[in-house]
Design a protein around this ligand. Structure first.
Ligand SMILES: [Zn+2]
Length: 391
């Protein structure tokens, strides 16, 4: 599979690698010294692919070039560093975030490439099923409350968050976003760069934000108890608060927030909704072919498999012979109601809470994923890869 990507030759090496990365739709470029060579890998649609390795090109030269353009300390080799730079390709501006880390074979460098157009999308383009989209629109247009987005790293949380903010953004409302780092400037949103090293922590930033007459606050993440408490309090007193959270499901999130010392009544009444998200790769439309379902798939899909003809990407030049091209979200949307609030206030057991939530969710992650398979958008292999034990 790795052989389908071209090996990058010398020349203006960094520009050439970045041009290639963007051309292939890579989100990240990894430079990894391993003692024998300096490896280059691209992350495309969530998976890493080996692009090539330099054996005769001094790794020092390429690392130094990146550190110069990203305004990092050129002579610091022993500690990790962060930086960023802008890169122009085909008249489009890309924001490149750089992270270096010392390894036993020298410095490893990861470049994350952001493209604003790919970043802020219409909510209807993200992959929500119709009824889910209606619920999301209902939750985000409430006058106050907290809406949390959960999922692992790289599950589309940030794209969803920005798409929501973009859909709410008008000159009539004050949206304050607290981010670390600020990835892109968004019109009509007051973006504040949280800088822990300089003492501007999330908890300090949100204290300042609540005094700035906000209608909507977006918090990049909730890591500490103080930030959680202030965010939930402001959600109770008239602000719409959005944030992301690293948990697998709603019950996990409730448990985590309780552990952070948030009183159950605040939690129950402040939370308006939770959206869980994952990203699955889409079957390449240029090489998709129908195939016969395996016994495993028939068992997995159950009644859905009756008379079903599924498709698979065979691999072509357009999809770099992976059979997949682009990604789409699968979602689970929970709108909090009186029954859920009561269960939280009464501190019901995890099992009871799960039962109540199950009865409220029209389509859980697994069902949403199956729908994407049945609709011919993704494959059962991809579901297994993304949902793992949840499947
Ligand atoms: Zn293809």
């Amino acid at each position: 599979m790795a052989k389908t990507f071209p090996t990058v030759s010398s020349g203006n090496i960094l520009d050439e690698i970045l041009n290639n990365a963007i051309e292939y739709g890579a989100s990240d470029v990894h430079f990894e010294p391993n003692g024998q060579q300096f490896n280059v890998r691209f992350r495309v649609d969530g998976l890493l692919y080996q692009i090539g390795g330099f054996t005769d090109f001094p790794q020092e030269a390429i690392t130094s070039r990146i550190k110069v353009v990203a305004e990092m300390d050129l002579f610091e080799h022993r500690l990790p560093q962060d930086g960023h730079f802008e890169f122009v390709y085909k008249e489009k501006i890309y924001n490149v975030r750089v992270s270096t880390s010392p390894t036993i074979h020298g410095q490893a460098v990861v470049l994350r490439i952001f493209n604003r157009e790919a970043f802020v999308k219409e909510l209807s383009e993200l992959g929500f099923e119709e009824e889910q989209l209606a619920t999301v629109k209902n939750i985000i247009t409430a006058p106050y409350g907290m809406i949390l987005i959960t999922g692992q790293i790289g599950s589309g949380k940030t794209t969803l968050l920005y798409s929501i903010l973009n859909s709410l953004s008008t000159p009539q409302i004050n949206i304050i976003a607290l981010e670390n780092p600020v990835e892109f400037t968004v019109p009509n949103i007051r973006q504040l760069q949280v800088n822990e090293a300089a003492g501007l922590t999330f908890s300090l930033a949100i204290r300042a934000a609540v005094r700035q007459d906000p209608d909507v606050i977006m918090l990049g993440e909730i890591r500490d108890s103080e930030t959680a408490q202030i965010a939930l309090q402001s959600a109770l007193t008239g602000t719409l608060v959005f944030s992301t959270f690293h948990t697998f499901d709603v019950v996990g999130l409730i448990i985590r927030l309780k552990e952070m010392g948030v009183p159950r009544s605040v939690l129950a009444h402040a939370l308006a909704g939770v959206v869980s998200t994952r990203l699955v790769r889409k079957i390449c439309s240029d090489c998709s072919e129908p195939y016969k379902l395996s016994a495993y798939e028939i068992k997995l899909l159950g009644v859905l498999s009756n008379g079903l003809s599924l498709r698979k990407g065979l691999g072509c030049d357009k999809c770099h012979h992976t059979g997949y091209r682009g990604r789409i979200g699968i979602f689970e949307v929970v709108q909090f109601d009186d029954e859920i609030r009561e269960a939280i206030v009464e501190d019901r057991s995890v099992a009871e809470l799960k039962d109540i939530l199950r009865s409220k969710i029209s389509l859980n992650l697994r069902q949403a994923a199956f729908k994407k398979v049945v609709d011919g958008i993704t494959t059962t292999d991809e579901l297994k890869r993304v949902l793992g034990p949840e499947l």
